[in-house]
Ligand binder design. Sequence first.
Ligand code: AMP
Length: 404
Amino acid sequence: MTASRVLVLNSGSSSVKYQLLDMADRSRLATGLVERIGEETSRLVHEPLTGPAAARGKREQVGPIADHEAALKAVAAELAADGTGLDSPELAAVGHRVVHGGTRFTRPTVIDDEVLAEIRNLIPLAPLHNPANVTGIEVARSLRADIPQVAVFDTAFHSTMPEHVARYAIDAGTAEAYSIRRYGFHGTSHAYVSRATAALLGRPVEDVNVIVLHLGNGASASAVRGGVCVETSMGMTPLEGLVMGTRSGDLDPAVVFHLARVGGLSVDEIDSLLNKKSGLLGMCGDNDMREVLRRAGEGDESARLAFEAYVHRLKKYIGAYAAVLGRVDAVAFTAGVGENAHQVREAALDGLAELGLALDLEANAARSPQPRLISADHARVAVAVVPTDEELEIATQTYALVTR
Ligand code: AMP
């Protein structure tokens, strides 16, 4: 029997999301998450997707789960109860989403002690994310030391950005000393969606230039030329670029000095303000686009303004990336907002006919879980809605590496 299953783990600061896939047919065997780790009301939701267990549906437990180790052990117990436990000889590898790979990691990497130490060294660049990723790796290694554990980096797809794109125009020595450059994030999603868009167009990825708009709670744009990322909107951290659910995106850096000098805020307070209390939430009190749209529709002024600021930033990036690419074949919308909010897609592309962008408004408004084209027949540039699948991409990259 060839081992063909891959467990994908996405460990956040207080959560673990997971999927078990069978790469023989790219099917999903189970999915789930543990949230509020470390609290009294931790919650584990496990959903078996095949076999007799699937017929019984989702299982949920609420109660204290102290840490990531306990969380992963609880997940392992759920998988074992379905007959798909981590001890199964069919498990080929564990694929870990790791947020920051710095300049060191530009492709998926089998994790050994040295790689783990390097991921730990990158914690100063991603203090909110890499620590949880490290813990997830440590626990998974302790549960199955005999199979490969693979790190798939959120930054890797963007490592092909030319140097003059990745660099900030600051003192070169300072940039070097503190690893200050643009890394970009959501890379697995941008990689998956740019390829899926070429497939939707029925063209080889090498021939297609795509602007990918990943609009979830976090949001980023990328310019992908022939499958290779040449520009992206997130920077040294995920704060730069688009207006997001709770992040400001682009901002005059002097705002930070002003808040410190005049407002008397500490660095940590400004960090929290810009990452957690800005964006849609900061402008109107809601970070969920559904609420923003509902309120704006009822005439709420701050919600309307937040929506317009969100869409305006998006439009600026589409224009900028059209200039960067020179020729655009497709614009692809993905993630929670991109896949679902037809109002955002319509407003972002409104007035861009000169760039060859025009929507079929009926196709845009129709809902579907499938990748689909929503551009008008006469439009020069295709517009696509392509549901992202980061877990499948992580599993695919992991499996390709361990079966090479
Ligand atoms: P993600 O980070 O990709 O899971 O996206 C989460 C975000 O998608 C939520 O915060 C919502 O703002 C947005 N979203 C999800 N469903 C819808 C919908 N039907 N309409 C508008 N926005 C949505």
